[in-house]
Design a protein around this ligand. Sequence first.
Ligand code: Q9C
Ligand code: ZN
Length: 679
Amino acid sequence: MAAPEDPHRRRVGLLYDERMCRHATPDGEIHPENPDRIRAIWQKLESEGIPLRCVVLSAKEAEDKYIASVHTARHIKLIKNISSKKFNSQRLRIASEFNSIYFNKGSSEASYLAAGSVMEVSEKVAKGDLDSAIAIVRPPGHHAESDEAMGFCLFNNVAIAANFLLNERPELGIRKILIVDWDVHHGNGTQNMFYNDPRVLFFSVHRFDFGMFYPASGDGSYCMIGEGPGAGYNINVPWEQGQCGDADYVAVWDHVLLPVAESYDPDIILISAGFDAAVDDPLGGCCITPYGYSLMLKKLMGFAQGKIVMALEGGYNLKSIADSVLACAKVLLEEKPLVGSIKAQPLESTWRVIQEVRHELKTFWPALSVELPQKVLVSNWRPCSVELNLSSSSESIVENDGGASVTICATNFVEIIEPLSKLNIDEDNHGKAITLDHIATDKSPVVLSEECPNAQALMPDKNVDGCTRWRSVLSKTEVWYGSYGSNMWKPGFLCYIKGGKVEGMNEPCPGSQDKSSPKGVIWKTVPHQLFFARSLTRTWGKGGVAFLHPESNKNDKAYMCMYRITLEQFNDVLLQENSLHQENGKSQGAGAPLLDLSDIGVVAENKSLPLEALKAGWYSNILYLGEEDNLPILTMTKFCRYNEKTESKSIQLDSSLCIMAMYHCTLGLMLHREQKNAS
Ligand code: Q9C
Ligand code: ZN
């Protein structure tokens, strides 16, 4: 029985439609993005009598012409047809060509309904027929790119609705839209669709983990602020790790989102409301409580005359998402004041991230230019511990499942990040090969501040008879040495060739016997994870150890700097990287090369080659990363073992090796920034 109409009551739209449950995995495989998600939400709301107090709506399919405002004709055609009989035999293969996507015979209908539903409620809220609305839809949308399904998303529901209001319903007076994406993952699709468009302010707060967290590209970085007329209208708040909860989100609301919303003064707010940052979510690793969500929502209701549309995105713990949506529905209904309290303080990294974001955007949003009170920064934070999952098996759908993981206390990230961030990187050579001439005219990049006193003693002597034949043979073969971490910085790397020491190094390197400069430099990205360790190395001291995950994964990306050097020089680099020049240098170098000509074929074939002689060293495993100019690209990393349980290779951690998964922690992000600035 519907309650009698109360003119003061807020009109809240609630959209749910069982037909959106027909999108499911084809053979009933378990998947986090499953029909029970929206069923659980709906059941919870029903059990609390929420639908009786709302305007309940059912789904409508979106029309192609509206979807076409953000998706290509090719993509629309794919989603339209994927469920038809004639695709029965191809569906699996087609899905596998996308990143984290499945299709079945209900997928087309559900995607059109999800997009149409968000459009429908948005129009009603824009018109004023409703004050606000919740669209309980699936499949989700924010990862979907204009020409690509991705991350469980087929159509970008929120982007379609935003475009619809702006372009198709001008009479409703919606000129500025704020999209708040609080799903734990970055809303890459939505960001890209409005990157140049100041009519849409896209705000996303997400786990970034220095580029390691899905969708694991630089797109979620705080440097991505929009471009052209859209510059300043794209705001990313990238968490450095999980464990963010109510206090962290509220701090971001208070110190980033709300001041910006205040000056932007949106006409409507669309929330990409994923609930995978909720406590107990299997993918998110964050801990927002239902009270936290209700606060975040409440704080937004002060803008756009309370015109708010929530569209479900992710969220994979049935109980958490149901409780969270319930809390949000109660806030929109505005019947009782919120009850609850925030249990913890923000993480230390939260203040760092907030400051980075404010700094990046302060020229666009003057409200962000005020320095945060020192008192807050120094006293109002809690330490965090970081859980690392070193298995990057692409098969595992639930990220926090399986694979070796280690929990370390990281109260002092600064210790590691600071020294690395002080390194300069090679200026403006990204992406293009550097000619021999260019290198030759470099003004002595190596700071030979402390010549290695007995460099000759460290490396085998050229004139020791019988010991140098391999050198002359290998000096005629060239390879690309794929460097990552601090070796990407050319002056640093050149110490391994020319000898000497640069800022940040603990002790000088002997250099290679052949001190001639690399014959070329190319920047590239490779589909591997990069890890930074907090261990000490003799050369670099604290934080100086980085590893490339030996297995590639198409979702990973690491920047690499390729140096074209001789195989002889590669051997000398290998010795130095393993700190063996002192102990074994003489015998190793004199007897036989660590990596011989014949090994190149072996490593090319098997993709990796563990070197027995180096097994005590850090970088005992040679990886083959492909070819460039018909020369093999080789690098070296830590040896990894096959784990039968997870069927993946993982780097084995011993307790003395606290590895922090800080892909791109400094160098990568700096590069990313420079590339962005250069383009
Ligand atoms: N190793 C949403 O929350 N994870 N999408 C793939 C591959 C995909 C999440 C893991 C996560 C997609 C809407
Ligand atoms: Zn998500």
